[in-house]
Design a protein around this ligand. Structure first.
Ligand code: GSH
Length: 221
């Protein structure tokens, strides 16, 4: 199996972490986003979406990080995607929640705009986006902190699941944007739990390098 990915990509890291923990025999193909590797004609011929991650397993090709995680978990029989009907539905619910509700407000309106992404956006639109994000993100963070996590160690219950691999990558984007997680103790505990996982440090190394860069004080002109 080949995994086309880039460790600087928020959606690649969950798959890389899951794969490392499960010792999957993946050939990692680095698609260098900074160098425009995702727009390379050869890569676009493989994946017309021009995004990572992307999995190739023999003559079967699959995009979308959540679908890839589920495929790999099913293929390996990983307990991170339980077979029990309701337990699996709970994981699916959390994955959809992170990918939609949470991503839409926290990532798109809080994190990315505070990191200057996308570039060249109309300043008034950017301000409006940031204001909306600042007002509405606490609602979703409170749901994660108090209801999904609460006293539980992981977002879908007592055991780590695919939703944790995916969700922690989205939530940690807040690090790049200098987001303050102080009011969310359960989220902080969960992040620490995920950070203690074997392979977390190696998979997130580039990400924390970027976070340090974004946190540097602006140089005086
Ligand atoms: N919904 C997709 C999103 C994939 C995605 O947007 N990946 C980003 C990196 S985090 C990418 O490749 N961006 C390149 C671009 O948008 O041109 C998934 O979960 O896999």
């Amino acid at each position: 199996m080949k995994l086309y990915c880039d460790p600087i990509s928020t959606t690649s890291r969950p798959v890389l972490l899951f794969a490392a923990e499960h010792e999957l025999p993946l050939e990692i193909v680095h698609v260098d986003l900074m160098a425009g590797g995702h727009q390379d004609p050869a890569y676009l011929a493989l994946n017309p979406n021009g995004v990572v991650p992307f999995l190739v397993d023999g003559d079967f090709a699959l995009g979308e990080s959540a679908a890839i995680l589920k495929y790999l978990a099913r293929k390996t029989g990983s307990g991170a995607y339980p077979t029990d009907l309701q337990a699996r539905a709970r994981v699916d619910e959390a994955i959809s929640w992170f990918s939609c509700q949470f991503h839409e407000v926290f990532c798109m309106m809080v994190c990315y705009p505070n990191m200057g992404v996308p570039k060249g956006m109309d300043p008034a639109l950017l301000q409006g986006l940031k204001a909306y994000g600042a007002e509405h993100a606490p609602r979703w963070l409170a749901v994660l902190d108090r209801h999904m996590l609460g006293a539980r160690p992981y977002v879908a219950g007592e055991e780590i699941t695919l939703a944790d691999y995916l969700g922690v990558s989205y939530v940690l984007l807040g690090e790049l944007a200098g987001f303050d997680f102080e009011p969310y103790p359960n989220i902080r505990g969960w992040i620490a739990r995920m950070q203690a996982r074997p392979h977390f440090a190696e998979v997130f190394e580039r990400f924390f390098g970027m976070a340090a860069f974004f946190r540097q004080p602006a140089q005086a002109a």
